[in-house]
Design a protein. Structure first.
Lengths: 167, 116
């Protein structure tokens, strides 16, 4: 285990959304915007924007990392751009305002039906129902996650019915 | 025997607010004692989720793997296992021909790259 792998998640997080130069073993060097660092393997996921609108993703494995130098901080626009790269396909069909509206409508409807719901995650984009089920954008039955199958299927049914009534 | 006089119950120190039984993860006491752990957990979960989405996005894309001793191989990304032990790839191009499916050990790979 090297020094990079020994860092804490809070340490790794400080590199996210920054332009870095990663020095790896055998004199390999990689540059790019840090999308994330895998807490399991300490692997660094880098993104480089190419001229033809394509994105090159490079993943440097944790065990190969020798040093990481921060070159630049990403501004809000870059952060937004980076967080969209791996966004689930469905979200791309809705604008941020539409997603916000869908979230608020669903949240209000759940509260009206006496179902406890809170917002959590990055900028409150995830809904948390009764502390055991989460709903990600765009807030449909497929975006529900829970470790409790019964609650999952109940809530999925409720949301399905709610969305059908909307149309 | 003397009559027992009921005494009002005085709860000291003041208990937590609300109807909970005393465990409030937002309370200053909990935050001071264990708050950092919970934040670290949240950060860890977020980092891991982003990583898993990256792996999901890699699936099916032609990928170049940089192995040790300057060796590079091209393949189609299949999957990575949960313990970070191996990668599964399809259509691995080797000097001996194309392997329909193969496993690459994590320890042999230094880095890999693909286009989105």
């Amino acid at each position: 285990m090297n020094d990079w792998q020994r860092k804490s998640p809070l340490d790794w997080e400080t590199y996210v959304n920054k332009m870095v130069k990663v020095g790896a073993i055998e004199k390999h060097e990689y540059e790019g915007w840090v999308l994330t660092v895998d807490p399991v393997s300490a692997s660094i996921v880098l993104a480089t924007f190419l001229e033809n609108e394509k994105v090159s993703i490079s993943i440097v494995l944790g065990h190969a990392v020798q040093e990481v130098e921060i070159l630049k901080e990403g501004d809000d626009e870059m952060k937004q751009r980076l967080s969209c790269i791996f966004a689930p396909e469905e979200s791309k069909a809705y604008s941020p305002e539409e997603l916000e509206k869908r979230k608020n409508n669903l949240k209000t409807w759940l509260e009206t039906n006496h179902i406890p719901v809170t917002e959590q995650g990055e900028s409150g984009r995830t809904l948390c129902v009764a502390g055991v089920l989460t709903i990600d954008p765009p807030y449909g039955p497929e975006e529900c996650s829970s470790s409790n199958e019964i609650i999952l299927s109940r809530v999925q049914g409720l949301i399905q019915g709610y969305l059908e009534k909307q149309e | 025997a003397a009559m027992l006089v009921p005494v009002g119950v005085l709860r000291l120190p003041r208990g937590p607010e609300g109807s909970s039984r005393g465990f409030n993860p937002a309370s200053p006491r909990f935050q001071a004692l264990l708050g950092e752990q919970m934040t670290a957990q949240g950060v860890q979960a977020n980092l891991r989720q982003r990583y898993l989405r990256a792996l999901g996005a890699a699936r099916g894309h032609p990928t170049r793997f940089y192995l040790r001793a300057g060796v590079q191989v091209d393949a189609v990304f299949g999957a990575a296992d949960v313990d970070a032990v191996a990668f599964q790839v399809d259509a691995l191009r080797t000097p001996l021909g194309v392997q329909a499916a193969a496993l690459l050990r994590y320890t042999d790979v230094l880095a890999y790259t693909f286009l989105l």
